[in-house]
Design a protein around this ligand. Structure first.
Ligand code: AMP
Length: 749
């Protein structure tokens, strides 16, 4: 019997009994109270919400009462310098409503007192702080080296009616160091016919102590010939300019974290000779005095430096050192970008250990006569009693790698990794072992493995570094195949690129950049590790001897480095492209089982690795850019970092994936036949890769020969009902591998 018939009828009008209601007296029928509401009265016009349930004014009386959602779940963070990316999954209970959105509360916390303040208005939220519909957000412009707590609160249409506690999940993060923000405010000072004085304000977010400013300028429309002056002050005078000419100026600041980006362009014009002649009249005495004093000062202060190797090359081959030491010389030494090999420039720059305060470059420990001196210059000696070894976590070339704890007097106890030098070592082994510490100790960057110190005064000799909970990146990715969002993968790549930018700014060429040499911690922060000189390549099991006698990890190395040992930051950029490929394919081996010789041949002939499965087109394009044959056309690490930052800020740009059917085209002929391959039938092939369960589906859908199978795309697989990503991957990778081998004349088995 319909429920409403149970309600009484008085004078022909239906009166609703308890548990039922009629919103309008004119309506004919009574309705049962919607879920989570009740009425104990007769003739109710509405139902009352149960305890902890609510109804918005705009909710119709027939709608169930609802409650605030539970807290969001599984929040994860990804820190990049002073940006934090948060991602979470929706609450288990949406409260019965569809209008769930998220609000981000930001608190800045003082680590010592555990006190937190509101973050204030400088933080930017992308896309917004309130009313977030998506389950991710990015906060930018945070302060460097600061502890933040972010509370992600789920709210719905009745949250503000509930007196209950807020439902949120909180995430604690510490931001890293970051380069300074751009200089925005540049003012012209005195302008003469041959000089322009400028002054500017410190960037809004210095993110540390500003060590110096770099002022780049060039005559308008003559950008290829520019001049750089360095200044520790916020003002400078560019001299030796042409009268009545427009000059373009850009300024950037540098802290220990590196250079910030250049400011926008500021244009100023020198005055014509005729005007200058009259105005200069009055100033002759002042200039005469200042020039004389200036010349004497410069001669005294820099005479020593200039008499050394620094300016030996004369004009056109200026070292930036000269620029700092003698700004006046810069114009004549002003170099043409087009003619310069940046690597050579860097060589001169840090030749011979001349270091100016604030100008940090890598110093090759080989240049020390006594290698022990290098270790003690760059690494702190730790007393063995401060170290507790807990367990063995890996094997290095020189001995075991252990995890443990380091407790230095007056400092917090830290988890550390301890590399040991096995007993019975030779003097050369000791030198090579400690060489890594001499290199690592020169670096200070959140994406470079941090050296705590060395133990050399007792045995065993040890190198102590920060501990990276998830170990090396290649193994970690293989273990967690398919487990990360694209943004998380890009976050890892961004970290590696930032570390590499720092190394290339320091003038250090890694030579063995590969996922196995990246370590990853529990926050998924990736850090570049494995530093060495010749040793790097000696202990890498991937390194193979080339015809020229060097040992090189072929699959990761740029062609010019394999062919004539031209290792530069541009060859590191090639290796970075391979690391990108390893990361996006979750630790797949580059070029699969192709032999080193075949890899060299294929790359030389212009073939490149195909896109990994489900790879955003923008990432694959960046990989291809890194694999340009012409090393000068490859992106620089700062460009790579900028590009990845842009993608992280705009995650929708990662949604376009490389078209599954064109994935193979780059390394391979598009329509290669697999008929002459190792497998005689589709069934045999699928059995061999443990996918035999799909044989019938393949056969039924016309993929009955290996030639037909060669054309299968990811979409086809999905259509055939191969929905498990792991299975899709196995099948597509196997196809790809067979094609690679065929194209290179290598028929498997
Ligand atoms: P290596 O000699 O640097 O190649 O180190 C050998 C192995 O030890 C690596 O593959 C890692 O698994 C592990 N390892 C080295 N350094 C660390 C570290 N700082 N934190 C955690 N694991 C490490």
């Amino acid at each position: 019997m319909p429920v409403e018939l149970k309600n009484k009828i008085y004078n022909g009008v239906k009166v609703c009994r308890p548990g039922f209601f009629k919103a309008s007296p004119h309506s004919q029928s009574c309705s049962k109270c919607p879920p989570h509401s009740y009425t104990h009265e007769e003739a109710s016009t509405s139902c009352v919400c149960e305890k902890d349930y609510f109804r918005r004014e705009s909710d119709p009386p027939t709608m169930a009462c609802t409650r605030p959602p539970s807290a969001p779940r599984n929040a994860i963070s990804n820190v990049n310098e002073t940006s934090v990316f948060l991602e979470w999954i929706p609450p288990a209970d949406a409260g019965g409503r569809k209008d769930v959105s998220y609000y981000i509360a930001c608190k800045k916390c003082h680590s010592h007192a555990g006190v937190c303040d509101e973050c204030g208005g400088h933080v930017r939220y992308l896309p917004r702080q309130i009313g977030l519909k998506n389950t991710s957000v990015m906060m930018v412009d945070l302060l460097a080296h600061t502890n933040y707590t972010f509370e992600i609160e789920a709210v719905n249409g009745v949250s503000d009616l509930s007196p209950g506690a807020r439902q949120y999940v909180s995430v604690n993060v510490t931001t890293n160091q970051a380069a300074p923000s751009p200089v925005t405010n540049v003012k012209k000072g005195k302008i003469a016919k041959n000089s322009i004085s400028l002054s500017w304000q410190e960037p809004d977010r210095p993110n540390g102590i500003i060590l110096e400013y770099e002022i780049k300028y060039f005559e308008k429309d003559q950008e290829t010939s520019y001049t750089i002056i360095k200044s520790k002050e916020t003002s400078v005078t560019a001299e030796g300019l042409k009268p009545a000419s427009v000059y373009v100026f850009q300024i950037r600041a540098r802290t220990a974290a590196g250079y910030g980006v250049f400011s926008r362009r500021f244009e100023f014009e020198t005055i014509p000779v005729s005007v200058a002649a009259s105005s200069d009249q009055n100033q002759i005495p002042i200039i005469a005095v200042s020039v004389t004093v200036g010349v004497i000062l410069l001669a005294v202060v820099f005479g020593f430096l200039l008499s050394g190797s620094c300016c030996e090359w004369g004009c056109g081959r200026a070292s930036p050192l000269c620029a700092v030491a003698h700004p006046g010389l810069m114009w004549r030494c002003g170099y043409s970008k087009a003619k310069q090999d940046p690597e050579e420039e860097k060589m001169h720059f840090h030749n011979g250990h001349i270091k100016l305060p604030g100008v940090r470059t890598y110093i090759d420990p080989h240049t020390y006569e006594d290698p022990n001196q290098a270790v003690h210059e760059f690494a702190k000696e730790i007393e063995a009693s401060c170290i507790t070894i807990e367990r063995v976590i890996g094997a290095g070339e020189f001995g075991e790698v252990c995890s443990g704890r380091l407790k230095l007097p007056g400092k917090r106890e830290l988890p550390v990794a301890i590399k040991t030098l096995k007993v019975g070592y030779t003097e050369k082994q000791r030198r090579d072992f400690l060489g890594e510490a001499s290199i690592m100790g020169q670096f200070d960057h959140p994406n470079i493995i941090h050296l705590e110190g060395v133990v050399t005064k007792s045995k065993p000799v040890m190198i102590v570094t920060e501990y990276m909970e998830n170990g090396s990146l290649d193994t970690f990715l293989k273990k967690n195949d398919g487990q990360f969002t694209v943004i998380q993968l890009v976050g890892m790549l961004r970290g590696i690129a930032a570390g590499m930018k720092y190394l290339s700014d320091m003038g250090y060429v890694h030579r063995d950049l590969a996922a196995r040499n990246i370590l990853i911690n529990s926050n998924l922060v990736c850090k570049v590790s494995d530093f060495g000189l010749s040793r790097v390549l000696e202990d890498d099991p991937e390194a193979a001897y080339t015809t020229r006698g060097g040992k090189i990890p072929i699959r990761w190395t740029a062609p010019e480095a394999i062919a004539f040992r031209k290792f530069t930051s541009a060859s590191d950029a090639w290796s970075y492209g391979i690391v990108m490929w390893e990361v996006v394919s979750y630790g797949e081996r580059p070029y699969w089982e192709m032999t080193n010789q075949d890899v060299i041949k294929a790359v030389e002939e212009g073939y490149r690795l195909p896109s990994p499965m489900d790879c955003p087109a923008a990432l694959y394009q960046l990989m291809l850019d890194c694999w340009q044959k012409d090393r000068n056309s490859r992106p620089k690490f700062d460009e790579i970092v900028n590009m990845l930052d842009k993608l992280i800020r705009n995650p929708s740009s990662l949604k376009t994936l490389v078209n599954a059917s064109s994935r193979v085209s780059n390394l391979l002929a598009e329509h290669v036949s697999l008929g002459s391959g190792a497998y005689r039938s589709v069934g045999e092939w699928l059995e061999a890769i443990k996918m035999g369960r799909y044989t019938e589906i393949f056969m039924e859908n016309g993929y009955s020969s290996m030639d037909a199978v060669a054309q299968v795309t990811l979409e086809d697989l999905r259509r055939l009902g191969v929905t498990l990503v792991g299975h899709q991957k196995k099948i597509m990778n196997s196809l790809q591998e067979m094609k690679v081998q065929l194209v290179n004349g290598m028929v498997p088995l």
